[in-house]
Design a binder for this molecule. Structure first.
Ligand code: F0G
Length: 377
C-alpha cells in the first residue's frame, strides 16, 4: 500500500500547523481522525431544535483524547534526546504515555492515585510496560511530586503542562471544523486539569485566524479583562463542565479533597487554570458543575439511546449541554459539538454498578429461555 494513502496520525495530517520539521521522526499510533457522530436519537428525545454532535475520542488508539497530545509530546521528547517520560495521572494520561513510550522505545514512569483509577487504564499502563507508581495521595499531589522529581533531571514531563501536549490536542478542533465545514456555535467539554479546553480554544482560534489570549486571568470577576474582548464569530462558545465534588473553576478557587465517580476528572488544582478561564471568557462561554447522579444518567443515556459507551467523565459534556439547552442557556437552532473524551471500557466497574443489574440468570433450558425472551418482547 502506498504510504501516502495510509492514515498516519494527526502530526502527518496537520504538520503545517504543528511544531515539526521535515527531519522530525514522528512517534505515532495513527491517533485522531475520530468520528463526529450526530446524536439524532437524543435530538429527537429532547424536543429542542438543536443540532448535536459528539466527537468520539474514545476511538483513539489507547481509548482517549490524550493520544493526540502524547504523539506530539513523545515525538518532541525523543527529538530532544530524552530517554524517559514521566506523568501524574488519573489514568488516561498514564495509559497513553505508556503506549507512546513503548512505541518510541523509551521508559515511562507514571504516578497514579491510590485506588481511584479505573481498572482498564491501570491494565493498559501495566501491559504497556510503564513503571506504575501508586502514591498514597491524589492526582494533585502526584502532579506536585512529578514537577519536583523532573526538575533538573533528564525526565520529560508529559502532562498537559508540556506545551507540545496542547499543540497535539488542538487538532481535534481542526477535525471538527474540517468535518462540519464551519465551527460549531457551542462546544461542550469536560474540565479536569483544564488542558483540553485550552487546546480546543487554541485550535479553534488558529483556524479562525486569531490568537487566543495567553495573559493570565486568575479568577472570574466583573473586572475580568476577557469579558471586554470582542467575540469572534468563527469560534464556538466554550462550555466547560466539572463534577460537583471536583469543581474548582465553578467555586472560583482550588480545592484540596476532590471526589467524584468520574475519577478521570477528580482534580482540585488544575494546572491550566489561566488558559481555561481565558478560553471561557474570550468565547463568551460558561463553566458549570454536574452531580455524580447527573453524570451517570448522561453516561447511561448515551449508551442506551445512541449506543455510545463513554466513561463517566466524558458523559458530563453531553449531560451539561442538555441541561443548558433545557434551561435556555443555549439558544434553539444552535449547532453543538461535545467531546466524549474516553471510552466506556476504561471503567467497567462503574458501568456494571450503574447499569441497574440487567443480567438475568436462568437455567440452561429452552423453556426458561423462551419464557424470559417472550415475556419481555
Ligand atoms: N475526560 C477524561 C476521560 C480524562 O481522562 C480527562 C483528564 C479529562 C476529561 C479532563 O481533561 O484534564 O485536559 O481538563 N485526564 C487526565 C489524566 C487528568 O491523567 O488522564 P483535562
Amino acid at each position: 500500500m502506498s504510504e501516502s494513502k495510509r492514515y498516519q496520525g494527526i502530526i502527518e495530517r496537520y504538520r503545517d500547523r504543528l511544531p515539526v520539521t521535515p527531519a522530525t521522526q514522528i512517534i505515532s499510533l495513527a491517533e485522531g481522525n475520530t468520528p463526529l457522530l450526530r446524536l439524532e436519537n437524543i435530538e429527537r428525545k429532547i424536543g429542542h431544535a438543536v443540532e448535536l454532535y459528539a466527537k468520539v475520542e474514545g476511538q483513539n488508539p489507547t481509548g482517549s483524547f490524550k493520544d493526540r497530545g502524547m504523539t506530539m509530546a513523545v515525538t518532541q521528547a525523543v527529538m530532544d534526546g530524552s530517554e524517559a517520560i514521566i506523568c501524574a495521572s488519573t489514568g488516561n494520561t498514564s495509559a497513553s504515555a505508556a503506549a507512546y513510550a513503548a512505541r518510541a522505545g523509551i521508559r515511562a514512569f507514571v504516578l497514579i492515585p491510590d485506588g481511584k483509577i479505573a481498572l482498564g487504564k491501570l491494565a493498559q499502563a501495566m501491559i504497556e510496560g510503564a513503571y506504575v507508581i501508586q502514591i498514597k495521595g491524589n492526582f494533585d499531589e502526584g502532579m506536585q511530586l512529578v514537577k519536583k522529581v523532573a526538575s533538573g533531571s533528564p525526565l520529560t514531563i508529559v502532562n498537559s503542562i508540556n506545551p507540545y501536549r496542547l499543540q497535539g490536542q488542538k487538532t481535534a478542533a481542526f477535525e471538527i471544523i474540517d468535518t462540519l465545514g464551519r465551527a460549531p456555535d457551542i462546544h461542550g467539554i469536560p474540565v479536569g486539569n483544564a488542558g483540553n479546553i485550552s487546546a480546543y480554544w487554541t485550535g479553534y482560534s488558529e483556524y479562525a485566524g486569531v490568537s487566543p489570549a495567553t495573559a493570565s486571568c486568575s479568577f472570574c470577576t466583573d473586572a475580568c479583562p476577557y469579558s471586554e474582548i470582542p467575540k469572534v464569530q468563527a469560534r464556538p462558545r466554550m462550555f466547560g463542565y466539572q463534577a460537583a465534588g471536583a469543581a474548582p473553576f465553578v467555586l472560583g478557587e482550588m480545592i484540596d479533597d476532590p471526589d467524584t465517580v468520574a475519577t478521570a476528572i477528580r482534580i482540585g488544582r488544575p494546572q491550566s487554570w489561566d488558559l481555561a478561564w481565558a478560553a471561557v471568557h474570550e468565547s463568551g462561554g460558561a463553566l458549570a458543575s454536574l452531580t455524580d447522579e447527573e453524570i451517570i444518567q448522561a453516561q447511561r443515556m448515551l449508551a442506551d439511546t445512541e449506543g455510545v459507551f463513554c466513561e463517566p467523565a466524558s458523559a458530563i459534556s453531553v449531560g451539561g449541554i442538555l441541561r443548558d439547552v433545557e434551561n435556555g442557556n443555549i439558544p434553539e437552532g444552535s449547532l453543538i459539538a461535545c467531546t466524549l473524551t474516553g471510552h466506556g471500557l476504561k471503567d467497567p466497574d462503574t458501568a456494571i454498578n450503574q447499569s441497574g443489574g440487567r443480567v438475568i440468570e436462568i437455567p440452561a433450558e429452552l423453556d426458561a429461555v423462551k419464557r424470559t425472551i417472550f415475556d419481555n418482547l
